[in-house]
Design a binder for this molecule. Structure first.
Ligand code: NAD
Length: 431
């Protein structure tokens, strides 16, 4: 059994300037936990690297008749605790190292909330905003068929991530099902309700963020009602964080997307912002708000900061200027290890990604369980189970942090890596 002993470790110094490679960041975070856990060097090597990496070429006929070949990846980091699970990202800046990091974070995330999955992630280098729906469909179906040998309800289960959605999942489910010759509901999660999606999945990541922030507010003795919130990224996750927080009477003072941000100290109505974004394609220019940049949003005076876009948003460049009392990482990997140290020194509570945004994978797990049983639960049941998982996970991470006299991220890592290490040790090494 992996046993944890208190032994505060400084972050390994990697470079005079910050290294923003997500994989190296993920490995630094892992190394810190491995030190606390005194993990065996062989096991460390196993857990530091992905189990499987698949790179595929995706020839796609574009609307103008020409063929364009996209590059895609599917990475499975670890499966000792169950099938691998993780989203699919479409973005021009996708790299293999990013997908490997995201897959590794998924392993720790599923272990943090203690659901029986490993971690995986997919990515395609493309610019979905410049593609038509039919181009996206053809690219998605070809990608699905290229990664088909690796995925399946008992093997590896994709879900939505940046610039992918329910429709993307429906195309993957259909491609997989047509190839197999039967309908396989459990091959992806985050599907539309009509083909085995779960009630509550759409809002699940945001609801998980809400529960984690409510718990953090109790610890920090900040009244949630009336607390000012700045949210970077107004997509699947960020827009619903804004909606759920506003429903609970927090004051959403700033939101943003890739084109910039908007601010109103009296509060922004998230539903109006959603409608405006639907029409205008951005939140920028929303009536009754003033414009701010994404950089200004991160350092805005507010109680709660929610990064809900991409990686490396809180770095040594801006961490000293952060004024929030709680940072809830709805996005994956928004804070660098050096910035983590500064946040901890400054007494700012960070709810790490592998905890804060784990509501999504938790309800994905519920969706998969419902698909496998062909028995579907009402939304109240899904939400109640999600809340209970998230509250328990928050308290376990908080307890781990206290026990090891460290910060929240390392507390979560020690808990999660310990669980994966225990499973790996008890299974033993094949052959
Ligand atoms: P999304 O594509 O729906 O939204 C992304 C948002 O970020 C958009 O509003 C976009 O305009 C904005 N954005 C893009 N580049 C930006 C930039 N440079 N600066 C500011 N904003 C920018 O994606 P999503 O599903 O909401 O995912 C957001 C984050 O949450 C990602 O880190 C993702 O990995 C993480 N996450 C998502 C889920 C999920 O269920 N979708 C679950 C867990 C974690």
């Amino acid at each position: 059994m992996a046993t944890a002993k208190p032994s505060p470790q400084p972050i390994p110094r990697i470079a005079p300037r910050e290294d923003l490679n997500p994989l190296r960041i993920a490995q630094i975070q892992f190394d810190m936990a491995a030190e606390y856990l005194k993990l065996d060097p062989g096991l460390r090597q196993i857990l530091r690297s992905p189990k499987r990496v698949l790179e595929v070429s995706i020839p796609t006929k574009m609307d103008n008749g020409q063929v364009k070949v996209f590059t895609g990846y599917r990475v499975q980091h670890n499966v000792v605790r169950g099938p691998s699970k993780g989203g699919l990202r479409y973005h021009p800046n996708v790299t293999l190292d990013e997908v490997k990091a995201l897959a590794m974070w998924m392993t720790w995330k599923t272990a943090t909330v203690n659901i029986p999955y490993g971690g995986a992630k997919g990515g395609v280098i493309c610019d979905p905003k410049r593609m038509s729906k039919s181009e996206l469909e053809r690219m998605t179906r070809r990608y699905a068929s290229e990664i088909l040998p690796l995925i399946g309800p008992e093997q590896d289960i994709p879900a939505p991530d940046v610039y992918t959605d329910q429709q993307t999942m429906a195309w993957i489910m259909d491609t997989y099902s047509m190839t197999k010759g039967y309908s396989a509901l459990g091959v992806v999660t985050g599907k539309p309700l009509s083909i085995g999606g779960s009630e509550g999945r759409k809002e699940a990541t945001a609801r998980g963020v809400l529960v984690a922030v409510e718990e953090a507010c109790k610890v920090k003795k900040i009244p949630f009602r009336g607390a000012s919130v700045a949210i970077q990224g107004f997509g699947n996750v960020g827009s619903l964080v804004a909606k759920l927080f506003a429903e609970k009477k927090a004051r959403v003072v700033a939101i943003s997307d890739s084109r910039g941000g908007v601010f109103n100290s009296r509060g922004i109505d998230p539903l109006k912002a959603m409608r405006y974004k639907e029409r205008a394609g951005t939140v920028v220019g929303m009536p009754g708000t003033s414009r701010i940049s994404n950089d200004d949003l991160v350092t805005l005076k507010c109680e709660i900061l929610v990064p809900a876009a991409l990686e490396n948003v809180i770095t040594l460049n801006n961490v000293e200027q952060i004024k929030a009392k709680i940072v809830a990482e709805a996005a994956n990997g928004p804070t660098t290890p050096h910035a983590d140290e500064v946040l901890a020194r400054r007494g700012i509570m960070l709810i790490p990604d592998i905890l804060a945004n784990a509501g999504g994978v938790t309800v994905s797990y519920f969706e998969w369980v419902q698909d496998l049983q062909s028995f579907f639960w009402p939304v109240e049941e899904v939400n109640a189970k999600l809340e209970s998982v998230m509250r328990r996970a928050f308290l376990e991470v908080f307890e781990s942090m206290r026990k090891h006299r460290t910060q929240m991220r390392t507390g979560a890592y020690v808990l999660a890596v310990g669980r994966v290490a225990d499973a790996a040790l008890v299974r033993g090494l094949f052959p």
